[in-house]
Design a protein around this ligand. Sequence first.
Ligand code: SAH
Length: 248
Amino acid sequence: MHELYTVLAEYYDAIYRRRAERVGEEIDFVVGLFRKEAEREVTRVLDLACGTGIPTLELARRGYGVVGLDLHEEMLAVARRKAEREGLSVEFVQGDALEIDFRKEFDAVTMFFSSIMYFDDSAIQELFNSVKRALKPGGIFIADFPCWYYGGRDGPIVWDERKGNERLIITDWREVEPGTQKLHFKRLVQIVKPDGSVRAFMVDDELNIYTPREIRLLAERHFKKAKIYGDLHELRPSDRRYWLVAVK
Ligand code: SAH
C-alpha cells in the first residue's frame, strides 16, 4: 500500500507531469470559488493530503498563507525542497487528515486530486467533521474527484515520462468492485536507467467510489451549503470529474 507516496515519492511529479502543468488552471478555478462561494474572505488555506505540494505551492504563489498536511514524510520532503527552491514560505506538516486538531483557524480547506477517495463511508464523515472544525464560520471546503463508474477505461493504459536520464514506463489498470463500490487502482512503474537496468514497483491502492450525488448528500449533513461543480466550470450533464464545494 502507498508505494506511490513512499518509495516512489521522488518520481511523483514526473509521473503526474501533465497534471502539474494544469494546476494553474485548477487554482484559477479554486480562487474563483473562494470569491464566489465562500462566505468570508479567504487568506489562510489548509491543503489536506497535499502530497508533493503541486496545488499547495500554486496557492502560495498567489499569496495565500498555506499549511500543507500529508500522511507521508517522503511526499512532504519533496514539497519542502520545492518550496525552498522557489523561496515560498509554506508550512508542511505530517499528519493524518482524520486526526487534525485545528479549530477555526482557516478560511478554506482544500483536498485535491481525488484524495477524498481514500476515505470510506465512516472516514469521510469524520473527515467532514474535522474539516468543519478547522474552518472559521463561512469558510469553504473544496475537493475534486472523478466517479469511476462513468466511462474511462479499465486499462491497461501505458505511458512514459522522463526524470533526468531515467525513463519511466507506467502501466495503469483498475478493478472495480460494483458491490462494495471499491476501486483497486493498480500501477506498475518501471524505472529504466540509461544502461538498461530496470527497477519495477507495483502500486495497489484501494479507493472508494462516490457518485457526485453521494458526496453532496454526505456533505449536506455536515455543512450549511454543499454544491457540486463540474471540471473547472458549472456542472454540465457530461461532466466526469467533479468539485465538491461546501460552506460552513
Ligand atoms: N493533493 C496532492 C496529492 C494527491 S496524492 C496533489 O494534488 O498532487 C494523494 C495524497 O493523499 C498522498 O500524498 C497521500 O500521502 C495522501 N493521503 C492519503 N491518505 C491520507 C490521510 N489519511 N491523511 C493525510 N494524507 C493522506
